[in-house]
Design a protein around this ligand. Structure first.
Ligand code: UTP
Length: 301
């Protein structure tokens, strides 16, 4: 049976987006018309994921509410003659079963994944970060092709990577490919936030993974690093060192990762999604053109 289970960690504090994230989850921030995590779930559902485990934490109940059926809201829309808005709730009926578990202390992404072990048990699974969208409109099939690679190669892990400008490698986990032929390669190592001069490539980890359950043992053996956090990258390095077959898959052109973890990339993502909006994108484009026009042509206020 193919991989149909995904773990979506959403327990992080999102401190880089304060004060926005003081009392709302960053995974619920709007990007265009939808909250970030709705794009993530829609993408996974399109890729054949039927069971989804959220790893939540304090202050994240809005995420659980968002994926519940809301019969009262449906009745209200019907009674007030707003049936056309029911289409906006179609995502509630996606063929996905939701499970929730808690990360009781925020000890890093690796620790969040480990919190899902009692539910995942001995099955292969996808990890999709709840604060990152792949491609506009969540139409990416990259997780589907990563699952296919994982099964075909009998791999222990497949990790999505994205080409980034060389000066940006200092922000990401960077691949050291063993040999690269085409868009799938075997990993020799992963280097966390290397100096520009020492980066083994410009391929940055891009928020989607497929793992065999072997990753759990590696996570358990990974010592906590800075801030007592257990890093997923360190556990993947351990998996490689103990002879695991770990593959990298480069995101196809046009399927960029939108990272909603800091203001610069959040603003860019919002504008890009809003510009692509079928109803209001054109009006926004005109507005931005006016705003950005040389002084003489700016409308007076
Ligand atoms: P980040 O690495 O951006 O960490 O999380 P963060 O704690 O949310 O944000 P900052 O650094 O304080 O601004 C990437 C993904 O992993 C989840 C987050 O919810 C996010 O979806 N995560 C992170 C957890 O579930 N638990 C953690 O302990 C850390």
């Amino acid at each position: 049976m193919t991989v149909d289970l995904a773990v979506v960690p959403v327990a992080g504090r999102g401190t880089r987006l304060l004060p926005l994230t003081k009392s709302q989850p960053k995974e619920m921030l709007p990007v265009g018309r939808k909250p970030v995590v709705q794009y993530v779930v829609e993408e996974l559902a399109r890729c054949g994921i039927g069971r989804l485990i959220f790893v939540t934490g304090p202050g994240k109940t809005a995420i659980e509410n968002h994926f519940d059926f809301d019969a009262e809201l449906v009745a209200h829309l019907r009674e007030t003659g707003k049936e056309e808005l029911l289409a906006e709730l179609a995502f509630e009926g996606q063929p996905v079963e939701y499970f929730y578990t808690r990360q009781r202390r925020q000890l890093g992404l690796g620790h969040a994944v480990l919190c899902a072990q009692p539910v995942v048990d001995n099955q292969p699974f996808v990890v999709a970060l709840g604060d990152s969208i792949i491609g506009l409109h969540a139409e990416s099939q990259v997780v589907r092709s990563m699952i296919d690679q994982f099964e075909r190669a009998r791999a222990d892990a497949v990790i999505a990577f994205e080409e980034v400008p060389r000066e940006d490698v200092t922000h990401y986990g960077i691949a050291k490919p063993r040999r690269q032929t085409g868009d799938v390669f075997e990993l020799d190592d992963l280097v966390e936030k290397p100096d520009v001069a020492e980066a083994p490539s410009t391929l940055a980890v891009a928020a989607r993974y497929v793992f065999s359950p072997a990753i759990f043992e590696c996570l358990k053996r990974t010592p906590p690093g800075k801030g007592e956090e257990i890093q997923l990258t360190d556990a993947i390095r351990l998996l490689i060192q103990q002879g695991g077959k770990v593959l990298g898959a480069v995101l196809p052109p046009g399927q960029r990762r939108f990272d909603i973890g800091n203001f610069e990339s959040y603003f860019q993502a919002f504008v890009e999604f809003a510009l692509a909006d079928p109803d209001d994108g054109l009006a926004l484009r005109r507005h931005l053109e006016r705003l950005l026009a040389p002084d003489g042509s700016r409308p007076c206020c």
